[in-house]
Design a protein around this ligand. Structure first.
Ligand code: SF4
Length: 438
């Protein structure tokens, strides 16, 4: 049998790194990744099991691939969280494979290839995961670097600690090595990710080590970006001095800080310690240190007990916070999380209406915030050729997949996956248009 597989990926950046690592192990074992399920012997679904909608999406993919006559290997967070139930009830999944020890994917794939119905959920985590040599699924020039696994914050609505366990940070030299290798491979943007990178290092040193990690990455040579994603606001790490000192363009003044809400009483029920005043003080501290700082956040609407007054507090916070980007989600009841038992529940339609209110408010703020880049020159990481003289890329203020893009007009063709200097000429919705200057 020719060992070919198609990878169907769901979920977050951390799950993408897992998928890339699964591919590394399979490719090393002689498997070949093909670009369409039709050509593949098996389909590997790296699923998401975080919230209801994501779970349904992954299960529908299993059923769809099976309907197309594929042998289906269900991997990822959904498989990890519900292994027994899925093996019992989802016969369309030939193999159910947990995500604690990704190196075992080869035996799981062989089982799928030979249609041996298998449930393989390793208990221990494979600490020396071979991150370095993995294929990259990000746009040209960009890569996610997972610096820690799991989370110990235990937000009451969140199922991730149930799936990924408590915080397990990687060793600094290990992350340094991986970043060195990625830069040697031509990567120009290193997006540091974890469930909460603010807590990096606390599990094995008792201290937040993100600034120490950044100091070590500053020893790397070359022109590249380091972007920080998922910083918990309640314990924002001591990185501002470092970023101020190293503000020459490599360590981006870009912060992804999921506030989730601004109502103190609601945040307490979420098992989060902050409030509107704390978060405004944090934003002021960041902007005092880095006036051009770009801040992205996430808001959760419809948490049990949320009132119209709570939503008013959030809308008021948005007005004051002037965030550059924000994503909004509605609360999803997740069994075995503390919030699952909480009451009164907010009807889904009310949660959806509140989400629209917050999104509409944020759209106006984001568009206004983007205006400050018009007329200025920036480095743009060019990712895609759209047409002759027309390219798509991102500047420091735009993270992969979630923020807008820069539409670059360039006579001389820039190389994909490299930086090119551009002058921003206008804003168009959440995107910016720019002229290549050199
Ligand atoms: S910090 Fe994020 S991953 Fe951790 S428990 Fe809270 S929401 Fe979940």
């Amino acid at each position: 049998m020719n060992k070919t597989y198609f990878l169907d990926l769901f979920g977050c950046a951390k799950n993408q790194v897992d998928a890339e690592t699964l591919m590394a192990y399979l490719n090393d074992a002689g498997w070949v990744c093909v670009s369409s399920p039709a050509e593949a012997e098996i389909t590997v679904i790296n699923s998401c099991g975080f919230i209801e909608t994501a779970k349904r999406e992954s299960i529908n993919a299993v059923i769809e691939h099976k309907r197309n006559g594929k042998r289906v290997l269900l991997a990822g967070c959904l498989a990890e969280r519900y292994a027994d139930e899925l093996f019992e009830s989802l016969s369309e999944a030939d193999v159910v494979f947990g995500n604690k020890d990704l190196s075992k994917i080869v035996s799981a794939a062989d089982a799928a290839l030979h249609s041996v119905r298998t449930q393989l959920v390793p208990l221990s985590s494979d600490t020396n995961i071979r991150y370095k040599s993995r294929p990259l699924l990000s746009p040209p020039g960009s890569a996610y670097v997972k610096i820690a696994e799991g989370c110990s914050n235990r937000c009451s609505f969140c199922s991730i600690p149930l799936i990924r366990g408590g915080l397990k940070s990687r060793q600094i030299e290990d992350v340094f090595d991986e970043c060195q290798t990625l830069l040697d491979r031509g990567v120009r943007e290193l997006c540091l990710v974890g469930q909460d990178i603010a807590a990096f290092g606390v599990d094995y040193s008792g201290k937040q080590l993100l600034s120490v990690l950044l100091e070590s990455l500053a020893r790397l040579d070359g022109d590249f970006w380091v972007r920080l994603l998922y910083l918990h606001p309640d314990h924002f790490p001591p990185i501002l001095d470092f970023l101020k000192r190293n503000g020459g363009g490599r360590f981006l003044p870009y912060f992804d800080i999921p506030f989730q809400h601004a109502s103190k009483s609601l945040l307490q029920k979420m098992n989060r310690k902050g409030c509107e005043e704390d978060y405004m003080a944090l934003l002021d501290r960041i902007r005092d240190a880095l006036p051009d700082a770009v801040i992205r956040s996430t808001f959760l609407l419809g948490f049990p007990g949320e009132t119209d007054v709570d939503v008013e507090i959030l809308l008021d916070f948005q007005e004051k916070a002037r965030l550059d980007w924000a994503g909004c989600f509605t609360y999803s009841r997740e069994e075995n999380t503390p919030a699952d038992a909480m009451k009164p529940r907010v009807p889904k339609h009310a949660a959806a209406r509140r989400k629209v209110l917050v999104e509409e408010k944020q759209t106006a703020i984001t568009e206004k915030q983007l205006e400050r880049f018009v007329g200025r020159e920036f480095s743009v990481l060019v990712e895609e050729k759209v047409d002759e003289g027309l390219y798509l890329g991102r500047m420091f203020a735009q993270a992969p997949e979630v923020d807008g893009a820069v539409v670059v007009h360039a006579d001389a063709a820039p190389r994909l996956g490299t930086f090119t200097r551009c002058k921003v000429t206008a804003r168009a919705g959440f995107d910016l248009t720019a002229e290549k200057v050199r």
